[in-house]
Write a protein that binds this ligand. Structure first.
Ligand code: FE2
Length: 333
């Protein structure tokens, strides 16, 4: 009974479908089809069998359309998603760090100090120009040290200045385009060595009253420039003989501003040679050591060497108003 109802329902649907298709055909085609149907009914094929065959054909047609839509969907998905995945993959294989490489991230991720580096220290140790042997007991200490007149004999004190640096960088091919670290501090308009060596003379010398003051520093990583500059300053004579030195030195020069308070994220201890002008250093313990250590400041003059573990001591520098200072900085360890 149920089967008969189902067949009748399908028959009604099929007949309606046939009627709609017949209406779209030309009279000539309809006539030919009628002849064909008549010839078919002369065989043993029944009307019910023909209706079932048509039902299957309609069902197959619907399945084919669904498959077509699925295939188009997959194709569209692949076309849209592939470039996105390519971009993500390219980012993953080329990015150096997922987190930005800046002071905030370094500060947030640095280890907590145990305060032993600053306990009982509230002034630098001031040594007169000493030998390597005399310096050895202090070489790897966290005690800030000034060695008076340690570099006073270096040719750089007399020869190194803005003009010398400009001539050198402009003479050595590619030196101005070397991708070394450049720090403009508060001189926001000087973004590169090219900007720096393009300053007009009056600003370089801070002669005009309206000139903006400037203070910059950079890592000198160009091998030819580094070799030339190192002819003007040797390896500091007091450093341990087996101390490792990097293949890059820093140069800092400018007026008044100096460097803001910061920690250095460098692998070794720092030394700095004061070549021109005076500079005030301010050292502060890490905030977690504020209750057991003290901040203090000191003053260095041309010819002095300064040694500070700048990885542990927050440090900032300033230059007396209107004065110029030039320093060379590097590491040892
Ligand atoms: Fe620093």
């Amino acid at each position: 009974m149920v089967l008969q109802l189902l067949i009748n329902s399908l028959s009604n649907t099929t007949e309606g479908y046939i009627a709609r298709i017949r209406d779209r055909l030309s009279p000539n085609i309809r006539q030919k089809l009628d002849v064909l149907h008549y010839e078919v009914f002369k065989t043993s094929v029944t009307k019910l069998e023909l209706q079932r065959a048509l039902q299957n054909s309609i069902k197959d047609d619907r399945v084919s359309r669904v498959n077509l839509f699925i295939a188009l969907g997959i194709l569209l998905f692949v076309l849209i998603v592939t470039p996105v995945f390519f971009q993500i993959f390219q980012f993953l294989i080329t990015v150096r760090c997922f987190l930005p490489n800046n002071y905030l991230v370094w500060e947030l991720t640095r280890p907590i100090s145990d305060c032993s580096f600053c306990r009982s220290i509230d002034t630098p140790l001031v040594l007169q120009n000493i030998t390597r042997t005399d310096f050895a007991p202090f070489a790897y200490s966290s005690q800030p040290i000034i060695i008076k007149n340690a570099v006073a004999h270096w040719p750089a004190l007399k020869l190194l200045n803005y003009s010398y640096l400009k001539d050198l960088y402009e003479k050595v091919p590619g030196a101005l385009d070397e991708d070394c670290q450049f720090l403009h501090f508060r001189s926001a308009d000087i973004k590169s060595l090219r900007d720096f060596f393009s300053m007009k003379k009056s600003r370089v010398e801070m002669k005009g009253e309206t000139e903006l003051t400037w203070y910059v520093g950079w890592s000198n990583c160009h091998p030819v420039v580094l070799e030339e500059l190192r002819k003007l300053y040797p390896r500091p004579h007091f450093l341990p003989e087996d101390a490792e030195m990097p293949n890059t030195d820093y140069i800092f020069l400018g007026y008044e501003q100096g460097a803001f308070m910061h920690l250095d994220y460098i692998p070794r201890l720092m030394w700095q040679a004061q070549l021109q002008g005076n500079k005030t250093w301010v050292l502060a313990p890490t905030p977690e050591c504020d209750n057991v250590c003290h901040s203090f400041s000191f003053y260095v003059e041309p010819g002095d060497a300064v040694l500070v573990d700048t990885r542990m001591w927050y440090h900032g520098t300033s230059i007396p108003k209107g004065e110029f200072a030039l320093t060379i900085q590097s590491e040892y360890g």
